[in-house]
Design a protein around this ligand. Structure first.
Ligand code: MGD
Ligand code: MGD
Ligand code: SF4
Ligand code: MO
Length: 752
């Protein structure tokens, strides 16, 4: 079937709808069949210009997610510990009542926000979170960024002058893929948006090789050619030794990149000290294998190293993130097809704008320190693990009010149990969320957005990580049940206004939206008022659809409001329900670089300063047992455990341990064990395996449901335990402040 012969149903009508799954970076095109106003079935859309028929169980369950009786559909306020559903006016008035006195007494610096992961995938929130974060006046805000990609933000900022300019492995065209610290078989790709990522990896194996460097023999390893079990936290040392070999054996090939590189000689001098022999014991990978890997990378015309969360959420995340790019650059696999390339998003994202104060050459860290722990700011954020102590510790500057947006930090962040204890002491907590979960149960007001199927979709930030330039607009499947309910972008604007002194209920949403739009126009050299006039009399008079139209039209394929006739517009995109694919990545250096001299900085001094810490690490006495994290295809961080079809199968929240480690401790499969770290202790069932490096144990995150006051019927029936109790809040990648959630020393004993 093609789009020409397929009859598509209108919004809210029974029949066939096409919709892009908003749950992960794979952006799968779905066919959703609606009967009697309910989702009757979800299948992959084989005609989707990007995903060509890929789907996973999560996308297939969007109907159950939408229908979840526990999902919050109307605003709720808590009075004397009891929740009440109220109308929107009452809810916003309650926000004003709660927040205004805090700001009056303590100032806006007593207010902070935590903006969570689904924000990056949401039509409204992604495009408008910049308003809350940029205009509310809150001096410090928190996000899971500091337990995710901050090391990459840092290395990209220092190397390329763009904190979200991430090179992405061109897995469609490479012949040798080296995966470090990623498990795309579960995650479906991260900072690597690819359609059917495992299908593409399978195709690489047909023409070349796939090597996975991971302490765990994951489902990705099962579909690769080789597994190199690495000691957690030592990737940077391995990459230094690979770089050493490249120089040592004359294998460096800078290709056409040479004139754009600064610091090659510095890197050569630095890596001279890091021979494979020096790092072999610490990494657990033999010197000869390291040398051979360097030769293999250098000798394969199309090869690429891809590093993801296992190389970020660890003690040396910044060094590892930097060195992944260094190796790709030194081997001539950068900015060329089959190597590591900068995507060309069809619609640009506000994150690509330089952050004020982060101009090239300005200090990127240490502009302020946190009150309690003295943690340094890096690129405008401090470790999320500081939030609990900033709330709990009295004194000048104490956090008194919190706004959470699509986040569940009680489960997701290091020592989340301490945050759980601290949240009740807040004077005010407002959550924009769809569920009453471990975090939002502490809120005074919950403001729910629509279900994904009740709003349009077009990805935003994710397009910056996509291996093709694509655009794909999905209209909502269902109409909003309450047409007067505000969308999440409007909620963000009202709370922003509230932070700056206007009662939430009185905020002029359209005026702030227009101001934001004008700013976006300004970044493109356009006059906002003129462009807005252009929309008069159309149905694009505000909100994320207008913003999307702007970013499409001023993007690389856009019509630039008539200057490039025939170019992309939202209208044109809407006429292509399977999306438009402008093809694979293209070379972008030097145009993509934001450094003042237009060069790539191969040897940023701030990162080199961290090498002595790594040198101490590799001679440290090996830990008896260290903990790493894992993901599962049917989970999505903490929040899909309330979807029945995704919870089928055996218990996923187990501690994976090698059989030999268990035998040494007299432990058996299925035993309940106590896991202790410097952070705390949890009890969890043991699962024995041979598919893990001895000395390493693994736990999934996002569990620990079953808390009183939550409304998660299915999740609470299989609660699991919160592994982040074990994540010590001060165990960090020093340069970026990112949490080290992998490589945590632990002790495991039987529970008597
Ligand atoms: N189904 C599903 N998909 C998801 C998510 C989800 O929860 N579920 N979450 C989404 C999010 S928010 C993100 S950020 C992405 C993450 O996507 P990925 O980066 O693919 O993350 P993981 O699947 O956790 O794989 C990380 C791997 O790193 C390994 N590792 C741990 N420590 C080290 C180390 O020191 N060195 C090396 N080399 N490896 C190490 C772990 O064993 C694990 O196999 O996934 C996204 N997609
Ligand atoms: N130990 C360990 N911990 C980790 C990780 C790890 O690998 N190991 N990974 C870390 C990573 S990479 C990440 S990104 C974080 C995730 O950290 P968080 O973002 O804090 O956690 P999520 O579980 O994604 O929580 C999502 C929240 O958003 C709500 N939600 C879902 N959809 C919507 C929506 O459309 N609108 C609104 N308003 N709310 C919505 C859900 O109800 C839930 O409350 O976890 C981190 N924690
Ligand atoms: S892989 Fe699954 S969760 Fe990710 S976009 Fe596709 S269907 Fe959705
Ligand atoms: Mo993440």
């Amino acid at each position: 079937m093609t789009e020409n012969t397929r009859q598509l149903a209108a919004v809210g009508e029974d029949g066939l709808h096409l919709y892009t799954c908003p749950l992960c970076e794979a952006m799968c095109g779905l066919e959703i069949r609606v009967e009697d106003g309910h989702v009757a079935g979800i299948r992959p859309n084989k005609d989707d210009a990007w995903s060509h028929g890929h789907i996973c169980p999560k996308g297939a369950s969007l109907g159950e997610l939408h229908e979840d009786p526990d999902r919050i559909r109307r605003p709720m306020i808590k009075v004397d510990g009891e929740w009440h559903e109220v109308d929107w006016d009452t809810a916003f008035r309650r926000c004003t009542e709660l927040l205004q006195p805090v700001i009056a007494e303590y100032g806006i610096s007593a207010v902070t926000a935590y903006t969570g992961n689904p924000l990056a995938h949401s039509f409204s929130l992604a495009r408008y979170s910049g308003i809350l974060l940029g205009l509310s006046g809150m001096p410090v805000t928190y996000s899971p960024g500091t337990v995710d990609q901050r090391p990459k933000n840092l290395s990209s900022h220092l190397m390329y002058g763009g904190w979200w300019s991430f090179p992405v492995p061109d897995i469609e065209r490479t012949d040798l893929l080296v995966v470090m610290g990623a498990n795309p078989a579960a995650s479906q790709g991260s900072l690597l948006a690819a359609p059917d990522v495992m299908g593409l990896i399978g195709a690489i194996r047909k023409r070349g090789r796939v090597i996975v460097i991971d302490p765990v023999k994951t489902a990705t390893v099962d579909r690769a050619d080789e597994w190199l079990p690495i000691t957690p936290g030592t990737d940077a040392a391995l990459l230094l030794a690979i770089s050493h070999t490249l120089f040592d054996e004359g294998l460096v090939n800078l290709g056409g990149l040479e004139p754009h590189l600064d610091g090659v000689d510095v890197v050569r001098d630095v890596v001279a000290d890091w021979s494979p022999e020096r790092v072999a014991d610490a990494t657990g990978i033999g010197a000869e294998r390291i040398r051979a890997l360097a030769r293999e990378l250098a000798g394969t015309p199309r090869a690429v190293v891809y590093g993801r969360i296992g190389t970020c959420n660890q003690e040396f995340g910044s060094l590892a993130s930097w060195l992944v790019d260094v190796v790709n650059i030194l081997t001539g696999h950068f900015d060329v097809p089959g190597g590591s390339m900068f995507p060309t998003p069809a619609a640009w994202s506000i994150t690509l704008q330089p952050l004020p104060g982060l101009e090239d050459g300005a200090p990127v860290f240490g502009r302020y320190r946190t009150r309690v722990r003295g943690a340094k700011e890096v690129l405008g954020q401090v470790p999320v693990s500081c939030l609990a102590e900033e709330i709990a510790t009295p004194g000048e500057g104490q956090i008194k009010a919190l706004i959470t947006v699509a986040g569940n930090p009680v489960l997701s962040t290091p020592a989340g149990h301490k945050l759980d204890e601290a949240l009740p002491s807040l004077a005010a907590m407002i959550s924009i969320d769809l569920w009453l979960n471990e975090t939002t149960r502490h809120a005074d007001v919950i403001l729910p957005g629509c279900s994904p199927l009740e709003q349009p979709h077009h990805d935003d930030l994710i397009l910056n990580f996509a291996i093709n330039s694509i655009a794909n607009y999905s209209p909502p499947v269902f109409a909003k049940p309450d047409p007067d309910a505000p969308d999440e972008w409007e909620i963000l604007i009202r709370l922003t206004g509230l932070c700056t002194g206007t009662p939430a209920e009185d905020v002029d949403v359209a005026a702030i939206d227009d101001g934001f739009f004008d700013y976006m126009c300004f970044t493109q050299g356009l006059d906002g008022a003129e462009i807005r006039a252009h929309y008069a009399g159309t149905d694009l008079t505000g909100g994320p659809e207008r913003t999307l139209d702007l970013t499409l039209r001023t993007g690389p394929f856009g019509d630039r409001y008539g200057q490039n006739p025939g170019g992309l517009t939202l209208e044109k995109l809407k006429a292509a329900p399977n999306g438009i694919n402008y093809g694979p990545m293209v070379p972008r250096i030097p145009e993509v670089l934001g450094t003042s001299d237009g060069k790539i900085r191969l040897a940023p001094a701030y990162l080199l300063d961290d090498l002595p810490r790594l040198a101490r690490r590799i001679i440290r006495e090996p830990d008896d047992l260290v903990l790493v994290s894992r993901r599962h295809l049917r989970s999505n961080n903490s929040w899909l455990h309330n979807v029945g079809p995704l919870m089928k199968g055996r218990d996923r929240c187990t501690l994976l341990m090698h059989k030999d480690d268990a035998a040494r401790r007299d432990l058996s499969d299925g035993d309940l064990v106590a896991v202790r770290s410097a952070g705390g202790c949890i009890k969890v069932p043991l699962e024995l395996t041979e598919a893990i490096k001895p000395g390493v144990v693994s736990m999934p995150h996002g569990w620990g449901h079953g808390k009183p006051g939550t409304r998660l019927t299915i999740a609470n029936a299989s609660p699991g335990v919160n592994t982040n109790v074990l994540s010590p809040p001060d165990f960090l990648d020093e340069p970026s402040g990112n949490g080290a959630l992998n490589g945590i020393p632990v002790e495991v004993t039987a529970v008597s």
